[in-house]
Design a protein around this ligand. Structure first.
Ligand code: URA
Length: 442
């Protein structure tokens, strides 16, 4: 086999076989196929696309390229979740205990944040003592005993994806739905779960700007999961503004705990219930989606989900009293008000801009391995659709020192205020399962 023939075949709209895809992925990983040929192939895929079979084969080839986590010694169906990334997205902190409280095991590996989006692992580490590294044996025992564990990614998961993603980043081939779908799903499949629920964001703060693109990406990922024998479903949710009110590690943990107490923001609570219900359904703990949602709501109301959260943080070395005393979380030294410059309605909140402000306050890192400050971030005081009067507080900047004042104008400008009340888009837009795409509003 020769790489040049496979590039030509794809360029001409042909379909590559499993053996041909394996040849490319394996050869690229072993440095036998150079970057220039892999870039040419990625560009051919960008223009010609890939069939469901090819996308599934590419996913499996990348999943096989490194360590594959074996969760067989955890009882029952293990369900994972993945979010395509957003600002203020603390759903894993809520969904994992909520689903575990329903009797479905969650053995989850999460990542650190980079750029304007935060990472679950950084949020968990804002609770003093929280251990994100467990041995395989500790990980399995914890999930069997208390129903959940969330740890950092260890080992060498999907090196082929890492190498290909870095190449796509510099060859204008990131925005290809089969390449994104296989990249995300290869990591989920290598992480070992039996079933996967995807939270695909759309809107100004998301990778997929339109609902149609988000649905196409979700469908590509559901098709991959179905083709490789892992039940997969997806929810498309709005990211035209940050999720909830808090952005920044300890601030988001506090908001997650409030949500588990039943006192969370409406949007965050609704998304967590919807994602959890899908996970509970795929995990086999309910007969249909309505029963799954009822079970989830019951666990939230009874406090059992919060109890699972306490159990998890205690098992992983943090003080479970955090769940009852939010003042135990790191607190910023200075709180700065961001006030509206004009009256009107909040039309839009630029999620990415607020994410960048939080990062510049120290909540995130611009480059890998930079230290972060767990206490700092932003708490929004207003959401899209609300009326404001000039001088009203739009947000609070939680800063390490007065230097945070430099970000006041940038944060203010992230709130787009206009004279008219905007048409509000619902948070939950569609659900994508192996049966097809259903819009919530239809
Ligand atoms: N996130 C991923 O993990 N992969 C992509 O290709 C794009 C976003």
């Amino acid at each position: 086999m020769r790489a040049v023939d496979l590039i030509q075949k794809k360029r001409n709209g042909g379909q590559l076989s499993a053996a041909e895809i394996d040849f490319l992925v394996d050869g690229y990983c072993r440095d036998q196929i150079p970057d220039y040929q892999m870039s040419a192939w990625a560009m051919a895929v960008f223009f010609q696309g890939m069939s469901v079979e090819e996308t599934a084969e590419l996913t499996l080839a990348m999943a096989r390229s490194g360590d594959q986590v074996n969760l067989a010694s955890i009882h029952g169906i293990k369900v994972d979740k993945h979010s395509t990334g957003g600002v203020g997205d603390k759903t894993t902190l809520i969904v994992a205990p909520l689903v575990a409280a329903c009797g479905v095991h969650v053995a989850k590996m999460s990542g650190r944040g980079l750029g304007h989006t935060g990472g679950t692992i950084d949020k968990l580490e804002s609770m003093a003592g929280f251990q994100i590294e467990l041995t395989q044996q500790q990980f399995v025992s914890q999930v069997n005993e208390i129903g959940l564990a969330v740890i950092g990614q260890s080992g060498n998961i999907t090196p082929a994806d890492k190498k290909l993603y870095a190449l796509r980043d510099v060859t204008a081939t990131v925005e290809s739905i089969p390449l994104i779908a296989s990249s995300v799903m290869s990591k989920k499949i290598a992480a070992g779960a039996d079933a996967i629920v995807l939270d695909v964001k759309t809107g100004s703060g998301a990778f997929m700007k339109t609902i149609e693109d988000a649905e196409a990406l979700a469908k590509a990922m559901v098709d991959i999961g179905t083709a490789v024998g892992r039940q997969t479903s997806a929810i498309i949710s709005d990211m035209d503004q940050p999720l909830g009110f808090a952005i920044g590690n300890a601030l988001e943990v506090a908001e997650a705990i409030r949500t588990l107490r039943g006192e969370g923001p409406e949007d965050l609570t609704a998304l967590c219930i919807a994602l959890s219900a899908q996970m509970v359904l795929l995990g086999g703990a309910a007969a249909d989606l309505a029963a799954a949602e009822a079970l989830v709501r019951e666990q939230l109301k009874s406090g059992k989900a919060l109890e699972r959260f306490r159990a998890m943080i205690a098992a992983q070395g943090a003080d479970p009293a955090v769940a009852d005393h939010l003042s135990l979380l790191p607190q910023a030294a200075v709180v700065i008000e961001v006030k509206a410059g004009r009256s009107g309605y909040v039309q839009r909140i630029e999620a990415e801009e607020l994410g960048i402000c939080a990062m510049l306050l120290g909540a995130g890192r611009a480059a890998k391995d930079e230290p972060i400050d767990y206490a700092v971030g932003i708490t929004m005081q207003r959401k899209v659709g609300e009326a404001v009067t000039a001088g009203d507080v739009l947000a609070l900047l939680h800063a390490a020192d007065d230097g945070g004042r430099q970000l006041v104008d940038r944060a203010r400008n992230a709130f787009i205020i206009g004279a008219e009340a905007p048409r509000l888009r619902p948070l939950l837009l569609s659900a994508v399962t192996s049966d097809g795409i259903a819009r919530y509003a239809d």
